[in-house]
Design a protein around this ligand. Structure first.
Ligand SMILES: [Zn+2]
Length: 409
């Protein structure tokens, strides 16, 4: 059992509790959390580690959507329009994958740790990122991704998928959790989706899918028109979408831990259905800005009682895997919301809501949650506790300490 205290503790719990001069008692899980004075009284014999002035302890950040296999990209891809980007990905994919070695991915994971991330939801297309994730102290929810829309290929694709999943499942541990990703409504055949989701239900695996990321996807799925038509006609000889949005969503019934990434073009009917499915929306603001110049209408989600979590997406559609960079970008692009309210909402989206999306017992500092937290240091005194969230987002680049499962890593 250990005790650590800081000038401030941000719990990200359901009441958004903030404790001034607080302390946490923990082993693998959080045992107690209170003011330093109360903790001293309750545990008089235990040594307390006191962090310095203007220190903050908060839950470790959870990056709910990232593609590590594209980690080598910096300047190779074209941004500004989804189809232009997709064409550049197809052209450069092999090169980017080849350069994204295990060593490079390990370096990126280390950077993520230093910038406050303690858990990731890694979408894996080929399992090239498997070894680096296994070697990392970060908790990984490892999403084996299914992709492929050609009916005559489904048996082969499903066999490959099952083989990859089996390999990934053989590494299951407390901090490595196998899961299933469906690439998107336009790229995965409904039969393949059905089979993969049956496995998820049977084995109780978390599921995630990209959904309505671009106006082009909306045009294609609803009307079989737009830039996707020429793109998919040329690539696969398709002239009709394989699923309508609601048909697609309806396939995801009875999945316990479910998330849909992007949803920037989701209709109100879609949002209602996503709520029915008890799913979380994953918001990747930098990626949405770079690929489509759009953003998720986070105010609108309130009408559907929908929660959103935060993710960086991969370096194929972002310039940083730092969750604090992502938080700053989110703070800047949602300019129509009160800054302090937004700051609190964003911190929660990167912690508690991300844990919800991935099905983890983490993301908030309260009794019996996993002891995953970060210690940061603000440059000066914060006079008003209501200004803590915005100052943490504005001023934190690197963390001073990272504790995962009660261990300093
Ligand atoms: Zn993605």
């Amino acid at each position: 059992m250990q005790i650590i205290s800081a000038s401030w503790i941000i719990t990200c719990d359901k009441n958004n509790s903030i404790i001034k001069n607080g302390a946490i008692v923990y082993d693998k899980k959080i045992i107690d959390i209170d003011t330093l004075d109360n903790i001293k009284n309750k545990y008089p014999k235990t040594k307390i580690k006191n962090l310095k002035e203007n220190s903050v302890i908060m839950p470790g950040l959870i990056n709910s959507h990232v593609h590590m296999e594209f980690s080598s990209n910096t300047t190779s891809l074209k941004y500004g329009n989804f189809i232009t980007w997709l064409n550049s990905v197809i052209k450069e994919r092999e090169n980017i994958s080849l350069k994204s070695t295990s060593k490079l991915i390990s370096q990126k994971l280390d950077f993520m740790k230093k910038t406050g991330t303690t858990s990731i939801g890694a979408i894996s297309s080929y399992s090239y990122d498997l070894q680096a994730c296994l070697n990392s102290p970060l908790n990984t929810v490892f999403f084996v991704e299914a992709i492929g829309s050609k009916a005559d290929m489904i048996d082969t694709l499903f066999s490959d998928f099952k083989a990859r999943l089996k390999e990934v499942q053989s590494h299951k541990s407390d901090n490595f959790i196998p899961a299933i990703a469906i690439h998107s409504p336009y790229s995965v055949h409904p039969f393949l989706i059905r089979e993969c989701l049956n496995i998820a239900r049977k084995e109780n695996l978390a599921v995630s899918s990209h959904f309505l990321e671009s106006p082009e996807e909306f045009e294609w799925l609803h009307h079989n028109k737009g830039a996707f038509l020429s793109f998919l006609q040329k690539l696969l000889g398709q002239n009709k979408a394989i699923s309508k949005p609601l048909e697609f969503l309806n396939q995801f019934k009875n999945i316990k831990d479910l998330s849909f990434t992007h949803c920037v073009e989701a209709s109100n009917n879609d949002l209602e259905k996503i709520k029915d499915l008890n799913a979380t929306i994953i918001h990747c603001p930098t990626s949405n800005r770079l690929l489509n110049n759009t953003k998720l209408n986070i105010e609108n989600l309130k009408d559907y009682d929908l929660k959103f979590s935060l993710g960086t997406d991969g370096l194929s559609s972002s310039n940083s895997l730092s969750m604090f960079d992502e938080l700053r970008n989110a703070l800047m692009i949602h300019e129509n919301i009160n800054l302090n309210d937004l700051s609190n909402t964003l911190l929660k989206s990167a912690t508690k809501n991300s844990a919800l999306a991935l099905g983890l017992n983490k993301g908030e500092l309260s009794q019996n949650k996993d002891a995953d937290f970060i210690c940061i240091s603000l440059p000066d005194i914060v006079l008003d506790k209501n200004l803590l969230a915005i100052n943490i987002i504005l001023h934190t680049k690197y963390v001073e300490n990272t504790i995962i499962g009660g261990k300093n890593v």
